[in-house]
Design a protein around this ligand. Sequence first.
Ligand SMILES: Cc1cc2nc3c(=O)[nH]c(=O)nc-3n(C[C@H](O)[C@H](O)[C@H](O)COP(=O)(O)OP(=O)(O)OC[C@H]3O[C@@H](n4cnc5c(N)ncnc54)[C@H](O)[C@@H]3O)c2cc1C
Length: 409
Amino acid sequence: MAIDFSFSEEVEQARANIRAFMRDTVKVRYRELSEANDSTEKDWRGLIKSLREEAKARGFWLPHMPEEAGGMGLGVTALAAVAAEAARVPYGPYIMNAHAPDEGNMHTLHHFATEYQREKYLQPLLDGEVRSCFSMTEPEVAGSDPTLIQTSAVEDGDEWVINGHKWFTSGARGASFAIVIARTDPDADIPQARNSAFIVDCDTPGFELVRDIETMAGSHNHCEVRYTDVRVPKANLLGERGGGHKLGQVRLGPARLAHCMRWIGEIEMALEMLIERAQNRFAHGSLLSEKQSIQWMMSDSAMELYAAKLMVLHAAYKIEQGMEFKQEVSMAKHHVANTLWRVVDRAVQVHGALGYSTDSPLSGMLQQARWARFADGADEVHQMRIAEILMRTYNEDGSINGAVGGLPL
Ligand SMILES: Cc1cc2nc3c(=O)[nH]c(=O)nc-3n(C[C@H](O)[C@H](O)[C@H](O)COP(=O)(O)OP(=O)(O)OC[C@H]3O[C@@H](n4cnc5c(N)ncnc54)[C@H](O)[C@@H]3O)c2cc1C
């Protein structure tokens, strides 16, 4: 069996080009505008728009999509390398049109959309002309268990009528459409077949954006939305009736991994900042970098990051090969989210007051890192699923190997 951890020259070149673009263009122009005292929101919008145009012109567009959809056609494994580069700068993934939740919605539409849905909803998303959102979580019931969803969709002639209450619909403000998960078949034999997915134009009467929820990291367009007698044509059912759960599974595997890929870029950035600071800060007779307790922080972070990269690459490889990937994605998501939290926290510690201040990006990174441990599957839910698969594999195979990556070791 061949084990080859290198990418093709083409992918390596793409990675190097994207790294250079992010470092020399995006980061520099972002810093210039941040330092300009009189910059307005319009200036920021103009900057992001022009960077997106430049990225598109250079071919750094839709790294997660196949070539026939206008994407870079990298495949999931090579995407890991490129996505981590993009995540090293603010708005990097957005500039390449590869940000959440549009990136997950593109996958979903590419997989399930009808011809009409492709033309009306997917194409403008691929072209970067519109944004979208994904509306599943509800304040009244546990988001970890989609079988509890209360939002309903009822057939009425040629339409579906949707009523319900959602929150943390990311990106809803300014989105052109939402993919909404609603209960269509409350009496289905299996709870997983109760829900269906719908595409809802955000300007449909009854779609009410209640508020942009204030979080511990401020307001970032995670919205509360009410659906009151929202009517959508039958042609807007996405996938099959009762297929909401299946659609979620197809979406969530690669989408969770895509988060991991971006988090790896942030972990690297935090660790580099930790090293830089430790090598320049002097206390009690030596540099911080010469103190063993600080070196342990570096080495623990390096080992956790290395494991994170291997897990992500292996899970991506399994998706790409069409192999079963649930266990590997769950393990990677849990491990990378927790590594992100720990490494950013260590970097804050080494920076002291500077790390806690908003003069450093670390304080914002720590706030963002907090949600990584429960969104797109809480730690405990992934642990529960990992243990279930572990026990089942052991009971069926008499070995746990198939549940720990199925590696030839
Ligand atoms: C920044 C951000 C962006 C988001 N974007 C979106 C979005 O675009 N669209 C969308 O629909 N949702 C979105 N969400 C919501 C997210 O998917 C949910 O927060 C997540 O699914 C958890 O649901 P919940 O918040 O209702 O927590 P709950 O389901 O109530 O869980 C709370 C806690 O209970 C524990 N728990 C749950 N189940 C178990 C179990 N079986 N065993 C042990 N412990 C358990 C865990 O500790 C968990 O963290 C977003 C959330 C955040 C923070």
